[in-house]
Design a protein around this ligand. Structure first.
Ligand code: FAD
Length: 400
């Protein structure tokens, strides 16, 4: 007996990942007949042309860009200003930037036009949500207030209403209230670091190069922005982060210049500063009765390789592919078989990424005698092994 539902799919959270799940479901030929709703109490708004680039930006992989193009969101994101970076330099805090052990990644070496693109988070979310809505997705500007998951139907509570659905997609970020309602809370590991973010104007042109230096306290990265500035992501101890955010602007800029060895000359602060906690998590369960978890609600990684939202976008792609497969096989899309296929594939892939990034974090922050030399030698060795660099580039672009 079929149960009456209000929507085939209800997505909780319309951040970048939830928005992409919605837009993919609404625009893919095999799934576009489904009725889809998104719950998002604070939907991102398209910024005005006069508004300066927001502090939160992401390095998007080729796979992520392709998905955003597929749903029709890319032109709006691009119009806002994106910066494709063709090269990336990585060096150890104890070695000079100009030394032989600096690791250079070059898109041209693998016949690719770039290594990724820096885009504004709020533009990505707003443009993708707009595409989803144009394709028929219903938006509720409401927060989830309760959830009942049963084999027959899932019930999603919002203020003054209960939505009955065949599938709940939880894209509600790191705090994920859906996990609590589903009784799936798990401990999240805090890194002893926080990320300080800001935009700065460099004295020398950034030249479309992403730069990252590994200091004893954590990595400091300068990502190129379309307007010529650079986006700083400085992961460091909570004490240093507090000190950096409180210090006077000129002193702050001088400290960033020094931390990045003056590779872009003197830097000038041109935005507010903000601090983010850094955490590590990979859920043991990506699915439960009539529900699945995607994006930060399922996994959190250190931002040192800019992979968090890229992983979330691959979750979205896989989930929509499994839903399409279930529909074709005349299976129920909230069925454990369909959700299990998604969960197994993405849990394993994200676990691998989590371990790899955590190992990099440990290697670069270790100050045990001898480790520094091994680290510098490893960077130098990879620099001389073009095929290894090629593999790493393809993996980071999501095209391997
Ligand atoms: C400093 C820093 C730099 C980073 N740089 C990169 C990078 O370069 N590249 C990259 O790939 N990743 C990067 N990341 C990671 C990336 O920012 C995240 O992976 C991404 O924002 C996660 O998106 P999401 O949609 O899963 O979650 P979120 O962006 O957290 O969205 C969750 C949404 O759910 C909504 N929500 C919450 N509770 C409820 C509720 N009860 N009901 C309804 N809705 C709810 C929220 O309002 C929110 O809109 C970085 C992270 C940090 C901290």
């Amino acid at each position: 007996m079929s149960v009456r539902t209000d929507f085939d799919v209800v997505i909780v959270g319309g951040g970048m990942v939830g928005a992409l799940v919605a837009a993919l479901l609404a625009t893919s030929p095999q799934t576009k007949a489904l009725t889809v709703a998104v719950l998002e109490p604070h939907p991102a708004r398209e910024p005005l042309a006069s508004e300066s680039m927001d502090l939160r930006v992401s390095a998007l992989s080729r796979a992520a860009e392709t998905l955003l193009r597929q749903v029709g969101a890319w032109p709006s994101i691009e119009a806002r200003g994106v910066c494709a970076y063709e090269r990336m330099m990585v060096w150890d805090g104890d070695a000079p930037a100009s030394g032989a052990d600096t690791l250079w990644f070059d898109a041209a070496s693998v016949g690719e036009p770039n290594l990724g693109t820096i885009a504004e988070n709020r533009s990505i979310a707003a443009a993708t949500l707009a595409c989803a809505q144009r394709a028929g997705v219903t938006m509720f500007h409401s927060a989830l207030q309760g959830l009942t998951l049963s084999p027959a139907v899932a019930e999603v509570m919002i203020e003054g209403r209960v939505l009955r659905t065949r599938l709940v997609v939880a894209a509600d970020g790191a705090k994920s209230p859906t996990r609590g309602f589903a009784g799936l809370c798990e401990p999240i590991t805090d890194y002893p670091q926080q990320a300080l973010i800001a935009h700065l104007t460099p004295q020398r042109a950034h030249g479309g190069v992403a730069r990252q230096r590994f200091l004893a306290t954590g990595p400091v990265a300068l990502l190129p922005l379309a307007d010529g500035r650079v986006s700083l992501v400085w992961s460091t101890t909570p004490e240093e982060a507090a000190d950096l955010i409180a210090c006077e602007e000129t002193a702050f800029a001088a400290r960033v210049t020094q931390a990045t060895e003056g590779v872009l000359g003197d830097l000038t602060l041109s935005s507010p500063r903000a601090v983010w906690p850094l955490r590590r998590f990979n859920a043991r369960h990506y699915s439960a009765t009539r529900s699945v978890w995607v994006g930060d609600a399922a996994h959190l990684v250190h931002p040192l390789a800019g992979q968090g939202v890229n992983q979330g976008f691959l979750d979205a792609r896989r989930l929509v592919a499994e839903i399409a497969r279930a529909l074709q096989a005349k299976e129920d899309l909230g069925d454990a078989r369909c959700l299990g296929r998604y969960a197994r594939a993405r849990l394993a892939e994200n676990a691998l990424m989590g371990v790899a990034l955590d190992s990099l974090y440990r290697l670069f922050t270790a100050r045990t005698p001898g480790v520094g030399q091994i680290r510098r030698q490893a960077l130098g060795m990879i620099q001389r092994m073009e095929w290894v660099k090629g593999l790493l580039i393809k993996r980071a672009l999501g095209i391997s």
